[in-house]
Design a protein around this ligand. Sequence first.
Ligand code: 0X9
Ligand code: ZN
Length: 442
Amino acid sequence: MKRYAFCLALSFFLSATGVSAAEQAEDSRKEGEVTFNRLLDKLTSDYEKGLQAPAQTSPADPAGPDLEDRYWITAKAADKYERTKLLEAGLSIEEIRPDSVSGVIHKNSLPLLSEKGFVVESRKTLAQYVREDMKDFPAADSAYSNYRESADILKNLAAKNQDIASLFSLGKTIEGREMWTLRINTSAKGETPSAKPGAFYVGTHHAREHLATEVPLLFAVWLMDNRNAPEIKKYIDTLDIYITPMLNPDGVEYDISTGKYRMHRKNARTNADKTVGVDLNRNYDSWWCTAGSSSYPGSDTYCGTAPFSEPETQAVKKFVEARKNLKTLMSYHSFSNLILYPWGGKDGPVENERDRRVFAKMGGEMAALTGYTPELSSDLYVATGDTCDWAYATSGIFAFTTELEGGSFYPGSGIIAGSVRKNVKAAVYMLSVSGDPYRVLN
Ligand code: 0X9
Ligand code: ZN
C-alpha cells in the first residue's frame, strides 16, 4: 500500500475504530482486569481528585539539601552551538527559546558559566523553583506509575496474554531493580532469538521524565487490548516487539522516594565525589563524552567514567547487540514536543542518503500523528553518547527520540491520557514500517 493511503487507513483506524475499539470491547472484560480504557479513566479521575485536594497540590517543603545545591537558570544562548557549550558546562537544557535556554545546573558549575562568558539572566535554587513553579507533587501524581506499579502492569499483561506475550528483564540496575521488558511475539518467548523484524520501545532514561514511562507502558496495554483487531494483529503476527517502559527505575524511585520530587535526571550511581548519578543518555559509546556532555560528576549531563559504565546502558547494549533483527527503536523523553533523529552527537544528518531519507520520512509521519515537530537531533543541540546515535551507528537501527509534551518535568497527571492517545498512533506507525523501514521510500 502507498504510504499516503496507509496513513489515511491508519489514522481512520485509530480515530474511528482503533482507539475506540478498546472502548467497545471493554464491556466484555472481567471486573478488575487491567485494560487501556480503565487505566485512562483512572488517570482522569485521579487527576480530578488531585485537583480537588488542595493539600496535595499546594507547594510543599523542598526535598532537602540536594535542591539547594542545584539551580534553575535562564542563560543567553543564540544558537545550537551555544546550547552545546552550555551542556558541556553542565547545564541540562530543558526549555529552548530563540535567544535563551533554561535548565538545571549544579552550583559548582556556575563559575564555569561566567568563565566561559555566558550571561545568566536569572537563577533560583531548585528548592525555590519547586515552591514557585511546580504544578504538582507526588501525592497528587499517584496516577503515574512507580517501579512496582509499572512492573505489576507488565506482569499482568504477560500473564493474560501468554500465547503472544512474555516478560523478561534486560538486567539489574545498581540497586538491584529489574529493567522489565514485555515481549510480543507469536512464536518466540522471553529472550529466545527471533528472525522476525524487531521494534524496540524504551522509556525513561531520565528519571524525572515520568510521562516517558506512561507512554510506552500504556502502549503495551493498548496493544494487548487490541491484539485481535486485524490492523494490529498483522503486526503482532509478523514482528518481534519489545517494550521497556522504565530503563532507569533506580533514578525514578530516587526522584519520588521522599514524597517530594527531587528533580533527578540521572541513574543512582554514587560517583567518586559522592554526587549521585550518571546521565544515561550521555553514556552510550557514540563520540562519548565530547560535545554536549560533561565530565564533572555533579553535572546533570555527566557522561560517566567510561562508555557503557552503567548497568542500564550495558543492558541496552547487550540486548541490542544480541538482536540483529531489530529495525526500529523509540526512546521516550520529555518535554519539548519533538521527534528527533540522528545525528545528535555530530553536527549534521547521517551520511547515507537513503537512510537520511528514511529518518526524515518516518520522523515527519510520527510528527504529523503526534502534533510534535520533527527535527534533526543536532539541530536542537549537539550531544554525544545518546541512545539513538549508538543504535543507528552500530546496528543500522532507525532510532528516534520522542520528546513528549508537558512544559515541565512534572506537568501533573492530567497530561497522561492525551499524550498516550497521540503517541499510540506514532507507536503503531513505527510498527507499520518495522517490517522493512526502507519501504517508506516507495
Ligand atoms: O538531552 C537529552 O538527552 C534529550 N533531551 S532531554 O531534555 N530529555 O534531556 C535529547 C537528546 C537528543 N539527542 C541529541 N541532541 N544528541
Ligand atoms: Zn530526557
